[in-house]
Every structure is written in C-alpha cells, then in structure tokens.
Design a protein. Structure first.
Length: 259
C-alpha cells in the first residue's frame, strides 16, 4: 500500500437529504469488505448536513441509487492499524452514550472480522425492528452516504432519535467507520490525490486539469464534479473514486500527484 503521502485529518463528507428522506452520515464500503450490495461510503461526520471540500455533489435517493438492499454481506476481515485506531478513538469520543463495552469487545484483539461486522449490522437492524421499522421498507442503510428513512412513517425528530440509538449509540457507526478505514486505507495516506487521479481515470474531470486547479475549485465550492448526475452510471464511478480510490483507480497509483 502507498506510503508516500502523510496521513491527513479525517475528512468529513456532505450528504444532502432528498425530498422524502434524510440521511445520517455513515461510512461505507466500496467493493472492499462487503458484498456488492453492501458497499457504502462517506467518512464519519456529525448528523448535520454540511458542505465539504471533497464534494459538492447533491446526494439524492434516486431510483435506489443510494440505498443498500442486501444486509449481512460482509466477507472480509480487517486488521486495525494505527489510522483505523485513530478513526475508532475519534468516533467513540464524539458519540454520546456509545456502547463502549460492546465496541471494545469487538476491537480488543486488533481486528474486526466479517462475522463481527455482520453481527453489528444485525444489532442495528434489530434495534430498528424494536421501533417497528423494517429494512428495505421503512429505512435503508445508505449505499454510499448514510441512513435513508421513509419520512411518511415517523416525524423527522422521531427518525433522528431512532437513528441515533440504532446507528450511533449502539456502536454500529463507529465500528463500520473503523472497519472501512482499515480495509480501504490501512496506511492512513491522504486519499485526495488518488481521488483526483481516479476521477480522471473515469473521465469525471478533464485530463488536462491540474491538481492545483482541482483543489482550488473544490475549495471555492465550484467543484468540477458538480455535473455528476446521481441518475447516471457516472455517479457510481464518482462514489467509488471518492470512497475507495486506492482500489478503484484504473491507472497506476504512481500517476497520482505527489503533495
């Protein structure tokens, strides 16, 4: 795995609610670690929707694009390196009333197995069931963003309280964020240069654009990726490049800019 870049601060990612859904940020899985329907996305952030340097694309629940339809699909074990432990520590410290005893029981041996992730996911599903909510009907885990709920069943405040209990307080989101970091970026490198190269690989940005131009546009809120339509196949390419560029870029990793 590449080590030429130094670890960057854990980045947050914006998720923007669609008309009948809201999203609780959740890290997800690219094609690494879980089955094809379980891959999911962004790095941990608070429950508010905020803008991010990394993307200005509107994340929408469109024709199933942004929902997970299969559960208990994790297949890969993850060894927790220093960066994954950092992610875990920050997530636990920032989550009020988290079930730390459970999280510690899973991570004490320095690994999170596929079975442990599937069990953690089942705990979340069981928690929602206790609130008379069914996966795939009343809510979906966001494929590459967060939790998506059917707003017709509960009020937004009720959904928020249930989501906090079932995704955050029970330790699921902390474990998933840690697991995915360990699978995707075990060396804790700065992923932004690799995202940039991956976007070029999939022709999401012009090959003539320099890394400096790209970062300036990102920082100004005029992302070159704004034109990515969530209803098109390019959206999936964008998602995979953002979430797990080290495993999805098609060019040699050395093509990414050195920063």
């Amino acid at each position: 795995m590449m080590t030429r870049s130094t670890p960057s601060p854990i980045r947050t990612m914006a998720v923007i609610a669609a008309a009948l859904a809201f999203m609780m940020p959740l890290t997800g899985c690219g094609d690494s670690g879980a089955g094809s329907a379980s891959p999911s996305a962004s790095e941990p952030s608070s429950s508010s929707t905020t803008s991010s340097r990394s993307t200005n694309v509107a994340w929408a629940h469109i024709n199933g694009t942004d929902v997970q339809t299969a559960y208990a699909a994790y297949t890969q074990n993850a060894t927790l390196g220093n960066h994954a432990r950092q992610v875990l520590g920050e997530r636990v410290a920032s989550t009020p009333n988290i079930d730390k005893t459970y999280v510690d029981s899973v991570t004490a041996d320095g690994t999170i197995t596929a079975d442990e992730m599937n069990d953690a996911e089942q705990r979340a599903v069981d928690c929602f069931a206790g609130h008379d909510m069914t996966a795939g009907k009343d809510y979906w885990f966001g494929l590459d963003s967060g939790l998506v709920t059917d707003a017709s069943k509960n009020t937004p405040a009720e959904d928020n309280a249930i989501s906090t209990a079932c995704m955050e307080a029970n330790g699921y989101n902390a474990l998933r964020a840690t697991y995915l970091d360990a699978v995707r970026n075990p060396d804790g490198v700065d992923l932004e240069p690799y995202r940039f190269q991956c976007y070029k690989d999939y022709k999401l940005i012009d090959t003539s654009v320099s890394y400096d131009e790209y970062t300036k546009d990102q920082d100004s809120g005029k992302s070159l990726l704004n034109a990515v339509d969530p209803a098109t196949p390019s959206y999936r390419d964008y998602v995979e490049c953002f979430t797990d560029p080290l495993h999805h870029m098609t060019s040699d990793p050395s093509a990414a800019p050195i920063v």
